[in-house]
Design a protein around this ligand. Sequence first.
Ligand code: DER
Length: 235
Amino acid sequence: SAIEGSKRLAAWTAVDRHVKSEHKVIGIGSGSTVPYVVERIVAQGREANKDRVFIPTGFQSKELIVKGNLLLGDVDQYPRIDVTVDGADEVDKDLNCIKGGGACHLREKVLAEAADTFIVVADYRKNSDILGTTYKAGVPIEVAPFAYAKVLQNLHAIGSPSAVLRMAQKKAGPVVSDNGNFIIDAPFPEEDMQDPYTLLTKLKMLTGVVEVGLFCHMAKAAYFGNQDGSITVRW
Ligand code: DER
């Protein structure tokens, strides 16, 4: 499909440009675009990958690394990462991202911050001016299960009356992250989404919030595959 092709184009272009032979510790994100990232890294060959280590951002990410016969590493052992490549749910004109559609944004943000270079790869649906234009489910917020009702109450009071606990599709009850926490999806009006950093600081202060799916001032570049087979790069 055009969307899969655009994901692959974004991923392959980003890997070709940013995962070079001198890069040895590589953070691998989560979602449906990063499989093309791993595919392209594997295609660099055994020689290029033999002295590299790959750090996952969750169970799905770990499986990609293992299935790619790449060496799995832990962020405890490799706190400094050369480059992290990850997807996003939406990217604005200043490269701020909504992330967490896959409920993986806590570990993703740790590896994005730990990397010298953090690169976002996405299909054309994610390329926006203002966050919230295309990704309408709201800001993903990872919360301690004990506190979720209180966080929901506070979100309703500070401008997200439609904030909801993310319920699982193929499991009774809420989505549970790889860290054993719940996810709340909190839609905010456009004026809040125009200043994602201010919103991020407000949300992080809510007691019980573990991490917020707003990645501000973190991405060095974003690669978007377009419907017509071209590529858009923003930095
Ligand atoms: O949860 C995330 O942030 C993931 O990176 C994910 O949302 C990316 O989306 P994708 O499946 O469209 O790559």
